[in-house]
Design a protein around this ligand. Sequence first.
Ligand code: ZN
Length: 133
Amino acid sequence: MSSITVHRHSQLPSDKYALIDSYCTDLDCDCRVVYIFVVSQSQQRQVASITFGWQSLEFFRKWMGADEVDDMIRDLKGPALMPMGPQSEFAPILRELVGERLQEKAYVQLLKRHYKEFRKALTATKKKSDLSW
Ligand SMILES: [Zn+2]
């Protein structure tokens, strides 16, 4: 599992923060967005919820069927704080740290791979339940 270890940070408590990636469960939707939940290991609670889309702004503009790139599309690309997800007072700083992690190609590759695997598993589950009808 991916994590960020924070030590002697001016704005964040020293802790290990787990990054738990999660994906859209709608098979008809190929949004290419990941939800990253940041969980404090010492407190065992979710302290930030972040969305990130690995495609270009142009991809998300088309996806939304919009004429131009607006704030909603910029938030879709992110990394942005999820409006509906649990957050904490540290969420904005954690968003920055996760943003730095998202600069690492290997991490983004891992998320893309998880997205594919997740959808594959979802398809398999759906086929099984179709059969049982
Ligand atoms: Zn989706």
